[in-house]
Design a binder for this molecule. Structure first.
Ligand code: MLT
Length: 204
C-alpha cells in the first residue's frame, strides 16, 4: 500500500512536472496560499498542508517559545515530518519528487528554510517570503543544485533584513544559488513580491 500523506492538506494536480509546496504563515491554513500558487505558476501542481501546531488556536508549522525564539527540538522533528509528508505525497499522487519548489510565507518560509538545511534532498528550489534563520545545522548540507529566491520587506519588524541576510549567507555557503530581492514593505506580502517571484520561477 502507498504511504498516506498525514497532514490535512489540499492537492491540486497540474499540467507540468513541477509541484509547488505551499506553506502558510501563522494562523493560516491549507487553503490560504492556493490563489498565490496559481498566480506564481498556473501549470504547476499545488500541494498545501496545514501546520499541525496550534498557538492559541492558530495553526503553525512548529512551536515557538516567543516571537522569533523557536523550539529547536520541535522545529527539527516537524521539519522531518513535513519532509516525509512531501515524499509520501509524491508517491500517493504520483508527482515528481525531484521537481518540488517550496513557496513559504513567514512561519511557512521558516520551515521551508529549515527543510533546505536539514533535508536538502526534498526541494529543488524555494521561494521564501519574509524569512529568517530557523536554525544552524550541525552539518552543512549540499545545496549546490538548489535555487532560492528570497523576498525581504525593508521595514519588516518580524523578519529583519539583517536576519534574512544571514540566512542567504548560510544557504550560499552550502552552495545554493540565492537571489535576494528587497521591497518597500513590512511583514505583509506585496504584489511586487509576487511578481518578482513569478518572473524568477519562469527562469527555472
Ligand atoms: C515564526 O514564528 O516563524 C516567525 O516569527 C514568523 C511568524 O510566524 O510570525
Amino acid at each position: 500500500m502507498r504511504p498516506q500523506p498525514d497532514f490535512i492538506h489540499e492537492f491540486i494536480p497540474g499540467s507540468s512536472e513541477r509541484t509547488l509546496l505551499l506553506l502558510h504563515g501563522t494562523g493560516g491554513n491549507e487553503r490560504d496560499l492556493i490563489p498565490l500558487g496559481g498566480e506564481l505558476d498556473s501549470r504547476a501542481a499545488l500541494l498545501s498542508p496545514r501546520g499541525k501546531v496550534l498557538e492559541h488556536g492558530m495553526p503553525r508549522f512548529f512551536r515557538r517559545l516567543a516571537e522569533g525564539v523557536f523550539d529547536l527540538e520541535d522545529l527539527k522533528n516537524r521539519t522531518n515530518e513535513l519532509a516525509d509528508f512531501v515524499t509520501a505525497a509524491a508517491q500517493h499522487y504520483g508527482f515528481s519528487a525531484r521537481k518540488v519548489v517550496a513557496v513559504g510565507y513567514s512561519n511557512g518560509a521558516n520551515i521551508a528554510a529549515s527543510m533546505l538545511l536539514l533535508r536538502p534532498e526534498v526541494l529543488s528550489a524555494a521561494i521564501l517570503f519574509r524569512v529568517m534563520v530557523p536554525l544552524i545545522p550541525e552539518t552543512q548540507p549540499n545545496l549546490s543544485s538548489v535555487r532560492v529566491w528570497i523576498g525581504v520587506g525593508t521595514n519588516d519588524p518580524i523578519s529583519p533584513k539583517s536576519e534574512t541576510k544571514k540566512l542567504a549567507e548560510l544557504l550560499r555557503n552550502a552552495g545554493a544559488d540565492v537571489t535576494m530581492r528587497h521591497f518597500q514593505a513590512g511583514h505583509e506580502l506585496t504584489a511586487a513580491d509576487v511578481e518578482g517571484a513569478r518572473e524568477w520561477l519562469m527562469t527555472l
